[in-house]
Design a protein around this ligand. Structure first.
Ligand code: HPA
Length: 277
């Protein structure tokens, strides 16, 4: 018996007892984007606290619930609030929601987040499509006995972010006249922001944006064979790139300001994705 798998099955049973809905796309909303879930055609809502054993986020501004509904006619499950490794949960719990959404039926995972810009060409408020990630600063969620029911022991990671989905995002942004950066996301543990030299390290390693989520979720989803795409909202430039100290409020404010455009990009992308999945 594997306790991680047992807990996942327990959460799945608890979900199925309450909700009869099969999503095609799973969407995780990052900081500032939570309100988006209220704008979709909602069929059902399930608070994380109603799911037996489910990890509940403690971050201010993160609601904790699944919203089930339709975007452009496509059945979706939207996570309004995620849990982060820095909250103290084991990494297996941090990715439990992603695994659960796969069990619900989702084949595509659409990740969003607020991230710090490491690339000097980026500006606060930019959007960056994630083309790859560096996740080695947090433990792999695949450590421990492999759950054969979910995927392989040694999954390939050559193309975590699906190239067809990337093309859909690119074309969608173009058609909406929304400038879109592209780059590599690096996940650090947080919750402290980086020092200037840690930011320099990220840059030397090839990262364009840094955050405290997302990559571990992509690792778990890739393990399960989901098609993955992701967009970061660059909520700030990182330490050492600007004079003023960085605050969570600044991150939140920029993300809030960028939200309407971000939402438009997500909606249109999902509508366009429907044609290719
Ligand atoms: N660093 C790490 N995570 C973040 C940042 C940052 O500058 N901004 C938003 N999330």
């Amino acid at each position: 018996m594997n306790p991680v798998y047992d807990k996942l099955k327990q959460c799945y049973t608890s979900f199925r007892d309450k909700i009869d809905f099969k999503p095609k796309i799973a969407l995780i909303l990052g900081s500032g984007l939570g309100g988006y879930a209220d704008s979709i055609q909602i069929e059902a809502v399930l608070n994380y606290s109603e799911i037996e054993g489910f990890p509940v986020s403690t971050v201010k501004g993160h609601k904790g619930r699944f919203v089930f509904g339709y975007i452009g006619g496509i059945p979706v499950v939207v996570m309004q609030g995620r849990v982060h490794y820095y909250e103290g949960y084991p990494i297996s719990e941090v990715v439990l929601p992603v695994r659960l959404m796969k069990l619900m039926g989702a084949e595509v995972l659409f990740l969003t987040n607020a991230a710090g810009g490491v690339n000097y060409n980026f500006r606060s408020g930019d959007f960056m499509m994630i083309t790859d990630h560096i996740s080695d600063f947090v433990p792999s969620p695949l450590i421990g006995e492999n759950m054969e029911e979910l995927g392989l022991r040694f999954p390939d990671m050559s193309h975590v972010y699906d190239s067809e989905l990337q093309e859909v995002i690119r074309k969608t942004a173009q058609s909406l006249n929304i400038p879109l950066q592209e780059g590599v996301y690096i996940q650090l543990t947080g919750p402290n922001f980086e020092t200037p030299h840690e930011v320099k390290m990220c840059r030397i390693m090839g990262a364009d944006a840094v955050g405290m989520s997302t990559a571990c979720e992509a690792v778990a989803a890739n393990h399960m064979g989901m098609k993955i795409c992701g967009i970061s909202c660059i909520s700030n430039l990182c330490a050492g790139m600007v004079e003023q100290p960085l605050t969570h409020e600044e991150v939140q404010e920029t993300a809030d300001r960028a939200a309407p455009l971000f939402q438009k990009l997500i909606t249109e992308t999902i509508v366009n994705l429907a044609k290719s999945i």
